[in-house]
Design a protein around this ligand. Structure first.
Ligand SMILES: [Zn+2]
Length: 148
């Protein structure tokens, strides 16, 4: 006797369609810098009409004209957490160095500066010193801490 194939019904618990799931995962990869903006743009171009169909006008236009910000807004709407792992800049995906006096090794500062896009990196490398605080290697953000 032949076993009857059980029909698998799609999950109806959530109203997120297959395409939306793909869209969400593409957006997430994009905002967390797992895929490049070229990859994203290409995918967007190929799927523009489908994307337009699942998003409201406002979000679609935001995504079209300001992709990165739009992507974050959309993920927020889907309640998808896209926070970056610690030590990674949420604006560019670059490494963040936390400088704590007496804890951060000079070698760490030098290696970070070499890899950075800082204009004054030569000075940092020469002095083996960075102001205590946190900064992104691309200079998107800098927080200075004062230790006494
Ligand atoms: Zn950055």
């Amino acid at each position: 006797m032949q076993t009857r194939m059980r029909t698998i019904k799609p999950l109806r618990t959530s109203r997120v369609s297959m395409f939306e799931q793909t869209l969400i995962s593409k957006l997430k990869r994009y905002v967390t810098f797992e895929s490049s903006s070229d990859d994203w743009n290409q995918w967007f171009q190929h799927n523009q009409y489908e994307i337009e169909a699942v998003l409201d006008r406002k979000h679609f236009l935001k995504l079209k004209h300001s992709a990165f910000k739009g992507a974050k807004k959309i993920l927020e709407q889907y309640k998808v957490d896209c926070s970056m792992p610690e030590g990674i800049c949420s604006r560019c995906g670059g490494k963040i160095l936390k400088v704590v006096p007496g804890e951060t090794a000079k070698e760490e500062i030098v290696a970070f500066a070499k890899d950075s896009t800082f204009k004054n990196k030569d000075i940092i490398i020469r002095n083996e010193w960075l102001h205590p605080g946190e900064c992104c290697k691309n200079g998107c953000y800098v927080t200075l801490h004062n230790y006494r």
